[in-house]
Write a protein that binds this ligand. Structure first.
Ligand code: 6PG
Length: 250
């Protein structure tokens, strides 16, 4: 099983800075070797600091925006101007402030009441962009993920069918069907495990004491089965690097 890389920092600010630096370094390497960089952005709050740093010098000028394609790993079924929309978070923190061609940004459509339709639509977008045969999963150069205290990543919530979807590229999830406490209480669209497994690199961001119990399970080598997200990430073909602060490691 691939061991997880860990980068541990004093606080969330340093995690954000290291994450931003590493995303830009990965982008430059991808462009150097293959002429372009495709990334699946994470939602939630943790990545916001890194996105903001990428929208400011010196990283703003270093990032190869013209050769970059920004996708989303998951999205809440809100309008894109809703405060809890992942697209809204990434747009206000970064996308609206950087010179990326608009045709290189691929938000997940949320304006259909049927989440299945939104998932199918995004799968079609990915199939067009990655020009793959239908049975050949795409390879993102980088997938950014967060971790929920319940052990979800992207919007693959334990106990729902989403983490078990290994044929589709994109699926949907209703986390409140298994856990009414999940916030925000809304259905989601998410990339499926095979797209995470196929990524050349995966960065997992986790800060704060509330993530400590789940991280202990993830890093507990002899009980990986305890943490669904650990099972998922241990199947990654690419390198998995955790960007953590000391509070999350305890
Ligand atoms: C989402 C995210 C989700 C997030 C985790 C951690 O849409 O909510 O994609 O997987 O990364 O819930 O969220 P925080 O970064 O806010 O702790």
């Amino acid at each position: 099983m691939p061991r997880f890389q860990q980068q541990v920092f004093a606080n969330a600010t340093e995690v954000g800075s290291a994450t931003a630096d590493s995303i830009v370094a990965t982008a430059l390497s991808s462009v150097k070797h293959q002429g372009r960089f495709s990334i699946a952005l994470s939602g939630g709050s943790t990545p916001k600091a890194a996105y903001s740093l990428m929208a400011a010098e010196p990283l703003l000028g270093r990032m190869p925006w013209n050769q970059t394609r920004l996708f989303f790993g998951d999205e809440r079924l809100y309008p894109h101007d809703h405060p809890d929309s992942n697209c809204n978070m990434a747009t206000s923190a970064m996308i609206s402030k950087v010179p990326i061609p608009s045709e290189n940004v691929f938000p997940i459509m949320t304006d259909h009441e049927d989440p299945e339709k939104c998932a199918e639509w995004y799968e079609d977008i990915l199939k067009t962009q990655f020009k793959r045969r239908t049975d050949d999963f795409p390879v993102f150069d980088l997938v950014l993920l967060g971790i929920g205290p319940d052990g979800h990543t992207a919007s693959l919530f334990p106990g729902t069918p989403a983490p078990k979807e290994v044929k589709k590229w994109v699926t949907w999830c209703d986390p409140n069907s298994v856990n009414p406490a999940i916030k925000p209480p809304v259905k989601r669209v998410t990339i499926t495990p095979p797209l995470i497994w196929n990524a050349a690199q995966v960065f997992v961001l986790a800060t704060g004491a509330e993530k400590k119990p789940m991280l202990e399970k993830i890093f507990c080598e002899n009980e990986p089965e305890n943490a669904p997200v650990s099972r998922l990430l241990r199947q990654c073909k690419g390198e998995v690097t955790f960007f953590l602060d000391k509070a999350a490691l305890g």
